[in-house]
Design a protein around this ligand. Structure first.
Ligand code: UDP
Length: 319
């Protein structure tokens, strides 16, 4: 039995990961300040004697140190996430993401633990050549557009993790999550799938931003946590320390809205909302975002197995 510390353990991905690791017979410590996470996500795990939850910020040095001292692996998911939150609270986003990662890396170094740092496909920025591979160049928008602060903060997290590895020999890995969906994901912070499912079930218009021709690849969180756990346990990771994690099936947002309507049997309308109305004026969206998952597949033999249709049905029935 190994002990895993999950920062952001009451969040969407964190709670699924905790559940998966506990089912594998592992011990899980979770820390979360419940800013975007929720007790409801982990209530079913609390009776498990191998699970412990601390309500605290990752920057609470005393709590983090105590938990880190018990863990062999730290999975750092705590972050300010969701495009809406990022656009509305850029200072909070930058400070939370950068300071939190620095604190976690220091703790991991102190105890010689392996650390997996969550990053995001946002770091591919305005790249247009899909699929996106880990060694691709990166092009972000101007600093006057606050959306890009999220990508920049996560890039700095990546640089920092890789620098700790290079300079101090810390066993650090980076996971670039592409759009991840599943039961328990909140639509409050802008994520499209839970929003559309909720709107469809309520027979309210599905709010498609822009012309709906932008496309995304959605991966089920249960596939994602399987990859995270396998990566956490892999003992012969080579010099490549950054990994894309996502599904390669691409769908436009309009097609997604139609699919969700069909699967939920909803007669809701499709409402096209200009970007300037949905976000802030000058907002820039990515047209396409497809992961190249060759690297993670080569290391772990991992490929997603849950279809978008199954995930949508599960989200709908969990609401
Ligand atoms: N989107 C939309 N309607 C919504 C929420 C999001 O059309 O109610 C669009 C959004 O503009 C983006 C895509 O859906 O093009 C995915 O958005 P999400 O926030 O889920 O993730 P992102 O890929 O932007 O990180």
């Amino acid at each position: 039995m190994q002990t895993y510390l999950i920062t952001g353990g009451a969040g969407f991905i964190g709670s699924h990961l905790a559940e998966y690791l506990l089912a594998q017979g592992q011990r899980v410590l979770a820390i979360d300040n419940l800013s975007t996470g929720a007790m409801a996500n982990i209530a079913h795990l609390l009776p498990n004697e191998h699970f412990r939850f601390a309500r605290a910020d990752v920057n609470d040095l005393v709590v983090l140190d105590r938990l880190a001292s018990e863990a062999q692996v730290i999975i750092h998911l705590a972050a300010a996430v969701g495009v809406q939150l990022v656009v509305e609270r850029p200072v909070h986003t930058i400070e939370t993401n950068v300071r939190g990662t620095e604190t976690v890396l220091r703790a991991a170094l102190r105890y010689g633990s392996r650390v997996l740092v969550a990053s995001t496909s946002e770091v591919y920025g305005k790249a247009t050549r899909v699929p996106f591979a880990e060694e691709d160049d990166i092009l972000l928008g101007a600093t006057s557009k606050s959306r890009w602060s999220y990508a920049a903060s996560k890039m700095l997290d990546e640089f920092l993790a890789l620098a700790y590895h290079r300079e101090f020999g810390l066993d650090a890995l980076v996971m670039r999550f592409f759009n991840t969906i599943g039961p328990r994901q909140s639509g409050r912070y802008g994520m499209v799938v839970p929003r559309f499912v909720r709107q469809a079930l309520a027979n309210e218009p599905l709010t498609i931003y822009g012309d709906g021709q932008q496309a995304r690849c959605f991966c089920d969180v249960r596939d994602i946590v399987r990859a995270v756990a396998a990566l956490a346990d892999h003992h012969s990771v080579g010099p490549e320390r950054v990994f894309n994690l996502g599904n390669t099936r691409e769908i436009t947002i309009t097609a997604l809205a139609q699919l969700i309507k069909t699967l939920t049997g909803s007669s809701a309308e499709l409402a096209y909302v200009p970007y300037a109305e949905a976000y802030a004026p000058g907002f820039e969206d990515m047209h396409r975002r497809v992961p190249d998952t060759t690297r993670i597949h080569r290391l772990l033999g991992w490929t997603p197995t849950i279809t978008l249709e199954e995930t949508i049905r599960d989200i709908a029935s969990a609401l």
